[in-house]
Design a protein around this ligand. Structure first.
Ligand SMILES: [Zn+2]
Length: 561
């Protein structure tokens, strides 16, 4: 099977077939319905998230004579598109045609009316690859595009697109596609291709694709070229060097045979080999669950990961209570995954704990787990270096203090601790949400959050706080108590993000970076934890009389609970 055949074959041909990006599709469909089509679009986002597919569907839909939520696929425009030769839909791959001449060639055609459609649509893929000269040539057309011309610029790297081009485009940020959606689509395709598969294998491939549909399908093709008759987990593990079920079972048995140093060194080997240790933890959990089910029901068909023989091997040496303990430990470990960058460390601690539990009586098990578990969790929370009660921080500077309109002042040392506790992974995941704020630009109730953040930059993220940089007035606006609290609730409600948002202006940002640079390396690597006080999410719109008084008079009026 040739590379990327699947991706081409299963490219969505209707909006309803697009996987993920439902907000973007909805917005574009509404734009066509309401005849509010922009002249230039920028589709930005990671590879394989549907930018080009959606650009093509959009080009087909705006030219369709009978558009009704979807293109009709029957009018002359749709037919020409489906035959792959619509004269008014012009695609250019800037990765291979990035020179000024390539751009000039298409721009020369811009003034001429479309041949059969309503619009001439230029889709420029990987637009960031254009040379500066080419960008400038394009810019002239973007400045005054004829009414019948639409540009769709797609890029995986919007940072490299010159700002003057960016500012002329309506921007859409494409997000990674969820594991669930990728897996679902992959299984649909396998069904259509009549290829038998193990669901676990599809899941593993989807996980490896990390949010890109194209990658998922290329991984699938690699497996199918190895074994065209069936998609098996065993093959997936073999091809991509993942730990096999047998290895995991062996590891589990070693844990309960007290071969701890060997277990740890194996886990580190797996880690250094580039395999995902989070996946290892999830697999171990599944194995233990299988063993418990088998020891209770004795039915092989109920097993999801291991064979009956493997389950029996474990039952012979590990008592049931220990299995339950292990499930608890592993579940706690996995629940912590989202906050923890040091997952390997936690995994190792967890495995050590699992090994220690064995052989102890029921009473001592409880005691041992207690003494091991609790201090480990507490040390993080105990060593609070600083508490910032945001609400109390308000100064009585103004003559008529309205507490709701006060600007939260954050002390530089506090900001530095937040920054020291920040990391790139959290920033990336918050950035995805941050990019989604564009979607609220047209929602009356939520537009204010979009407006509040437009033009600002996500500077840093840790597990409890986000630092945003912008102009002085933007920062003040975001830090205003009432706005800040609304923003906190909005992020919590819409995205499940439980983080305070602090804004800084450019001067503070520079100062903060300077402070960071002056922080000893050791303190940067091992920053003291920082406690972030958050707003009470429970607070209702309906305020009690006391709260109303407090709103009016601020802290001058003490309200005791
Ligand atoms: Zn049509």
């Amino acid at each position: 099977m040739a590379y990327q055949v699947l991706y081409r074959t299963y490219r969505p041909s209707r909006f309803s077939e697009v996987v993920g990006q439902e907000y973007i599709v909805k917005t574009l469909v509404n734009a066509i319905r309401n005849n509010k089509i922009a002249h230039a679009y920028l589709f930005a986002g990671p590879r394989g998230t549907g930018k080009t597919s959606i650009a093509k569907l959009f080009a087909k839909a705006i030219n369709c004579s009978h558009f009704n939520g979807e293109a009709c696929d029957e009018c002359p425009n749709c037919k020409a598109y489906l035959e792959g030769n619509h004269p008014d839909i012009i695609e250019l791959d800037a990765a291979s045609n990035n020179g000024v001449d390539d751009i000039r060639e298409i721009i020369e055609q811009v003034p001429y009316a479309p041949l059969i459609g309503k619009y001439k649509v230029y889709i420029i893929d990987e637009v960031h690859m254009l040379t500066t000269q080419a960008f400038n040539a394009l810019l002239k057309t973007l400045e005054e595009p004829p009414a019948h011309v639409i540009f769709i610029l797609a890029t995986t790297d919007p940072q490299k697109v010159i700002p003057t081009v960016l500012s002329r485009c309506q921007r859409y940020n494409f997000s990674k596609i969820s594991l669930y959606e990728i897996k679902k689509r992959m299984m649909e395709i396998l069904d259509k291709e009549k290829i038998p598969y193990e669901e676990k294998a599809a899941e593993e491939l989807s996980r490896m694709a990390e949010g890109g549909m194209r990658d998922a399908l290329s991984l699938l093709e690699q497996c199918l070229s190895y074994n065209p008759d069936e998609l098996k987990l065993e093959d997936v593990e073999h091809i991509f060097g993942l730990t096999s079920v047998a290895e995991e079972v062996e590891l589990y048995l070693k844990i309960h045979d007290h071969q701890i140093s060997e277990v740890i060194s194996e886990v580190r080997n797996i880690y250094t080999a580039g395999a995902d240790v989070k996946r290892l933890a999830a697999n171990l959990l599944e194995i233990v669950k299988d063993v418990l089910i088998y020891s209770d029901q004795g039915k092989e068909r109920l097993l999801t990961r291991i064979t009956a023989a493997e389950a029996q091997n474990i039952i012979n040496v590990v008592p049931n209570e220990t299995l339950f303990e292990d499930i608890r430990d592993l579940e706690q470990l996995i629940a912590r995954e989202k906050q923890s960058q040091n997952f390997l460390v936690y995994l190792e601690l967890c495995l050590i704990r699992m090994a220690e539990d064995k052989g102890t009586t029921k009473e001592t098990v409880t005691r041992v787990t207690k003494t091991i578990k609790e201090p480990e969790i507490k040390t993080v929370e105990e060593e609070v270096i600083e508490t910032k009660p945001v609400k109390e921080d308000i100064q009585e500077e103004k003559s008529e203090p309205d507490p709701e309109m006060q600007v939260i002042e954050t002390d530089m040392n506090y900001l530095l601790s937040l920054l020291l506790n920040a990391n790139k992974d959290l920033k990336i995941s918050d950035q995805i949400v941050y990019n989604k704020l564009d979607l609220y630009a047209y929602e009356p109730e939520k537009r204010k959050f979009y407006q509040m953040l437009i033009g600002t930059e996500l500077f840093a993220s840790n597990k409890d706080a986000i630092i945003i940089s912008g102009s002085r007035s933007q920062a003040d606006n975001i830090n205003t108590l009432s706005a800040n609290r609304d923003l906190y609730r909005f992020l919590n409600k819409e995205f499940g993000i439980d983080k305070m948002v602090y804004a800084i202006d450019q001067d503070k940002k520079r100062a903060l970076i300077e402070m960071y640079k002056n922080t000893p390396i050791e303190a940067r690597r091992n920053p003291a934890p920082v406690f972030v006080e958050k707003y009470n999410i429970e607070e209702k719109k309906e305020k009690t009389p006391e709260e109303k008084l407090k709103d009016l008079f601020g802290d001058t009026l003490k309200v005791e609970e």
